[in-house]
Design a protein around this ligand. Structure first.
Ligand code: RFL
Ligand code: PHB
Length: 390
């Protein structure tokens, strides 16, 4: 039997960041990850980091490449009615900015730092089962054809929306809140220069489109598609055509097309469970909540959960006080619900809904008109987009 202080299930950004903070504080931890390291790194997801997320990565010494290569963005553009409208995030948020740096790179940096420090991540550890999560918890799993048992003081469930942690909590002990959206995002990654210097969120009669990037030579684009669409059903040419149709002409003309490196469809969902704790098990990141990607909040919420949980664990091991752990769920949920509200609002304002009718379309345009003309409305967008303080 293995033993550690904190068993972390899942080596996504939440699990790796928690492991780094704990390791730095001298708290022993083991990460159990179902997939291979290569598979974890092949998932293309988030691109926008809030200041609080960047600060946490700096604190664990994992921001050297981020500080060198991350792109500081001071604004975003909203496109509607054939025109671009810039929102000056920095001006409207009291000087804050966001950093564009891919989740894949964040994950890679955290992985490399962890292995350099000799901290344990067990990849391809399958069939994880959580036992006795009320107290004296254990995790069992299959590794290299053998069953392994890991005893611990606490389990951090960082295993994403489809993980085993949330499902280990009795249904009667959880409340679920959920909204599914009747569409998905088809994303395409390509080694072509981005259409502009800033992200462009476009509302169009044919559906939403987003122009994002990873560097000055790598672009990430998304178009709203039917929830049932599959990436294989979309050729690169069909993607580029649809993207350009949804952008103002001045922007469409700036889109450089090229072969895709990756193309995938993501479903859009809002989801929260309460509480984020059951006994010795704590849920962090997508394991406890999902936001639609429109507000760029998912990864940042994972980081803020981890921050609160780490503070609670540090207090427990340093001062033998359970105060921070007891406050974890309520603290994390307050931030989560605010991001749920913001992400739902951005999604509702920019997407085409099958049942919205002409009235709904006019309301969206009125909302966007107001948003781009009122300082108060721009401030509300900006302070949420750059991220409220931890
Ligand atoms: P992850 O990244 O899903 O990692 C969970 C890990 O747990 C493993 N796992 C298990 N391990 C052991 N046993 C089991 N039974 C297990 N089950 C699962 C998985 O293999 C995986 O390695 O969750 P985490 O760490 O909570 O991180 C959350 C973020 O990944 C997510 O919120 C963001 O990607 C969301 N998101 C965005 N967030 C932002 O902040 N900014 C963005 O710009 C942004 N854009 C996006 C996004 C998500 C997207 N998709 C694909 C849903 C754009 C897209 C398209
Ligand atoms: C991305 O670059 O993948 C990205 C950026 C902003 C979003 C969502 C995704 O809101």
């Amino acid at each position: 039997m293995m033993r550690t202080q904190v068993a972390i299930v899942g080596a996504g950004p939440a699990g790796l960041l928690l492991g780094a903070l704990l390791g730095q504080a001298g708290i022993d931890n083991v990460i159990v990850e179902r997939s291979s390291a290569a598979h974890v790194l092949s998932r293309i997801r988030a691109g926008v980091l809030e200041r609080g997320t960047v600060d946490l990565l700096r604190r664990v010494g994992c921001a050297v490449r981020l500080d060198a290569e991350g792109l500081i963005h001071e604004g975003i553009d909203l496109a509607f009615d054939g025109a671009l409208h810039r929102i000056d995030l920095k001006h409207h948020s009291g000087g804050r900015t966001v950093t564009v740096y891919g989740q894949t790179e964040v994950t890679r940096d955290l992985m490399e730092a962890r292995s350099a420090l000799g901290q344990q991540t067990l990849y391809e550890a399958t069939d994880a089962v959580l036992h006795d999560i009320g107290e004296k918890p254990r995790v069992t799993f299959q590794k290299d054809g053998r069953e392994v048992e890991l005893a611990c003081d606490f389990i951090a469930g960082c295993d994403g929306f489809h993980g085993v942690s949330r499902q280990s909590i009795p249904a009667s002990a959880l409340r679920q809140f959920e909204r599914a959206y009747p569409f998905g995002w088809l994303g395409l990654l390509a080694d072509v220069p981005p259409a502009g210097d800033e992200l462009i969120y476009a509302r169009h009669e044919r559906g939403f489109a987003l122009c994002s990037m990873r560097s000055s030579s790598r672009s990430r684009y998304y178009v709203q598609v039917d929830a049932s669409d599959r990436a294989e059903g979309w050729s690169d040419d069909a993607f580029w055509d649809e993207l350009r149709r949804r952008l103002p002409e001045s922007v469409a003309g700036q889109v450089t097309t090229g072969p895709s490196i990756e193309k995938s469809v993501a479903a859009l969902r809002s989801f929260v469970v309460e509480p984020l704790r059951h006994g010795a098990l704590f849920l962090c990141g997508d394991a406890g909540h999902i936001v639609p990607p429109t507000g760029a909040k998912g990864l940042n919420l994972a980081a803020s959960d981890v921050h609160y949980l780490f503070e609670g664990l540090r207090e427990f091991y340093g001062e033998r006080s359970t105060g921070g752990l007891d406050a974890y769920s309520a603290k994390a949920l307050a931030r989560v619900w605010n991001a749920e509200r913001f992400s739902w609002w951005m999604t509702s304002t920019l997407h085409r809904f099958p049942d919205q009718g002409e009235f709904g379309q006019r309301l969206q345009l009125a909302e966007l008109d107001y948003l781009t003309q009122s300082d108060a409305a721009m401030s509300a967008l900006a302070e949420n987009y750059v991220g409220l303080p931890l």
